[in-house]
Ligand binder design. Structure first.
Ligand code: HEC
Length: 398
C-alpha cells in the first residue's frame, strides 16, 4: 500500500509540476516575444512605448506597453506570479517525495559518500538555501553593473556546485539538485525581488509619485538570468531518465556543456526576436552543433579508460552478476524491502529476460552507473565491464 501511495503522489506532483512549469515558461516566453513585437506609432497614447497586434482563437488582441506607467492606473491589474511560485512548490514537493522519502534508494549512493538519509536531506535543503543566498548577494554586489562578468561567475558557480553535488549524492540526485538549485534562484527572483519591487512601483504610482528607475534595472538583470537559465534547467529536469548524462563519472562537466548550449540557443531566439540580422544570429547554431558533438563524445568517454575483459563472458556469468546485483529489485518476486514489484517492470529472472533488456542493461549499468540504484549492492567496475563484454559479443550462451 505504501508503495502504491508513494507512486501516486509521485505521479500527481509530477503532473502538477509539468503543468505549472509549462504555464510559467509559456508566459515568460510570451512576454519576451511580446516585448520584441512592440512597434511605435505617431498616435500612441501619452507615455506608451509601443503596441502589438495579434490574432488568436478567433479574436484580435491589442496590447500597449507603458515603460514607466500609464497616466492613470487601471482598476484591475493582472499579475503573473503564481505560475512561478507553484512551479517551485510542486517541484520541491516532488523532490521530497522522490528523493527524501526514497532517500536510501535515490538520494544516497554509499560508494559516493556514506551518509545517513537525515544528513543527506539536510545537505539538500541547505544547498538550495545557500545557492539562493550566494546568487542574491552576487546580484546585489558591484558586479551588478557588469552583467557579462556576473553571468560568467554565475556559470562557474553552477558548475562548481554540480561538482560538489557529485561528491555527495548519487549521480541522478546530483543532476536534479543542480536543476533544483538554479530553479530556486529563478523562482526566488520572481518571489523575493521582481514582484515585491513591482508592488512598490505600483504603490508609488497610485500615490501619484514617480517611481525610482532602479527597480526596472534590478528586474532586468534578474529576468535576463531567468531567460538564459530556462533551457538548461529543463534539460537537468528531464535528463534524469537518461543515465548517459547523470551517470557519467564527470557529470559536472556535462552540466557545463548543457548550460552553455541552452544559453546559446536562448541567445539565438532573443537576438532573432529583437530583429537582429547577419552575424548576430548566425554564430549560435554552428557553435551549438560543435558543443553538442563534444557533449556526445564526452558521454561516450570513460575517464580512466575502459577495463579490458580478457576471457569470454557467457550468459551464465552475466546471470550470476545480475542475480547478485540486480535481482533483489528486478524480479517477479523482489526481495528488496523497498519494492513490492519489479521497478519499471524490468525483471531478470531468466537469461532470456536479461537478453530482452540487453540494451537497457548496457545503458543503466555499463555505460553509466545509474544501476544498481545507489549502488546498494556495491557493484564493481570490473563486473560492469564483464556485463558490457557479454552484451557486445551478442549475449552468447557458450
Ligand atoms: C535497489 C533496487 C534496484 C537494484 C538493486 C537495481 N535496480 Fe534497476 N531500477 C530500480 C528502480 C527503482 C528503477 C526505476 C527507476 C526510475 O524510477 O526511473 C529501475 C530501473 C531499471 C531499468 C529501466 C530503466 C529505464 O527506464 O529504461 C533497468 C534497465 C534497470 N533498472 C537495470 C538494472 C540492472 C542491470 C541492475 C543491476 C546491475 C539494477 N537495475 C539494479 C531499482 C533497482
Amino acid at each position: 500500500m505504501e508503495t502504491l501511495l508513494h507512486e501516486w503522489l509521485s505521479l500527481l506532483f509530477r503532473w502538477l509540476h509539468v503543468i505549472t512549469g509549462i504555464a510559467w515558461i509559456g508566459s515568460s516566453f510570451y512576454f519576451m516575444w511580446l516585448d520584441q513585437s512592440l512597434r511605435k506609432h505617431a498616435n500612441l497614447p501619452a507615455g506608451a512605448h509601443g503596441e502589438s497586434w495579434s490574432v488568436h482563437g478567433g479574436g484580435f488582441y491589442h496590447v500597449q506597453k507603458y515603460l514607466v506607467a500609464p497616466e492613470r492606473m487601471p482598476e484591475e491589474l493582472h499579475w503573473f506570479k503564481w505560475e512561478s511560485y507553484m512551479t517551485w512548490v510542486s517541484g520541491f514537493s516532488l523532490m521530497a517525495i522522490v528523493y527524501y522519502w526514497g532517500a536510501e534508494s535515490y538520494l544516497i549512493d554509499r560508494s559516493v559518500m556514506d551518509i545517513s538519509a537525515g544528513t543527506a536531506i539536510l545537505i539538500s535543503i541547505g544547498s538550495l538555501v545557500l545557492g539562493w543566498v550566494f546568487y542574491d548577494l552576487l546580484c546585489r554586489s558591484p558586479l551588478r553593473d557588469h552583467s557579462t562578468v556576473l553571468f560568467v561567475i554565475l556559470f562557474a558557480a553552477i558548475v562548481a556546485s554540480a561538482y560538489g553535488f557529485s561528491l555527495v549524492f548519487s549521480g541522478r540526485a546530483a543532476f536534479v539538485h543542480v536543476g533544483a538549485m538554479v530553479a530556486t534562484m529563478m523562482s526566488g527572483n520572481v518571489f523575493m525581488v521582481i514582484i515585491p519591487n513591482q508592488k512598490k512601483v505600483v504603490a508609488v504610482l497610485k500615490a501619484g509619485g514617480e517611481p525610482d528607475p532602479v527597480y526596472g534595472k534590478i528586474a532586468k538583470l534578474r529576468s535576463s538570468h531567468n531567460n538564459y537559465l530556462t533551457l538548461p534547467v529543463l534539460f537537468m529536469m528531464i535528463s534524469n531518465h537518461y543515465p548517459m548524462t547523470f551517470g557519467h563519472d564527470w557529470n559536472w562537466l556535462i552540466v557545463a556543456f548543457v548550460l552553455a548550449i541552452g544559453a546559446i540557443i536562448r541567445d539565438f531566439f532573443n537576438s532573432h526576436n529583437a530583429g537582429m540580422t547577419g552575424p548576430a544570429i548566425q554564430w549560435q547554431w554552428p557553435v551549438v552543433a560543435v558543443l553538442m558533438a563534444g557533449l556526445v563524445t564526452l558521454s561516450a568517454w570513460k575517464p580512466g579508460g575502459e577495463i579490458q575483459v580478457d576471457d569470454d563472458v557467457y550468459s551464465s556469468d552475466a546471470f550470476a552478476i545480475v542475480q547478485t546485483h540486480c535481482a533483489a529489485c528486478h524480479s517477479a518476486t523482489p526481495t528488496s524491502e523497498d519494492f513490492d514489484e519489479a521497478p519499471g517492470g524490468v525483471m531478470f529472472d531468466t537469461t532470456d529476460m536479461m537478453k530482452r533488456s540487453g540494451a537497457r542493461i548496457m545503458a543503466q549499468a555499463v555505460l553509466s552507473e545509474a544501476m544498481p540504484l545507489g549502488n546498494m549492492t556495491g557493484m564493481t567496475d570490473d563486473e560492469r565491464a564483464q556485463l558490457g563484454a557479454w552484451i557486445r559479443a551478442g549475449m552468447p550462451d557458450e
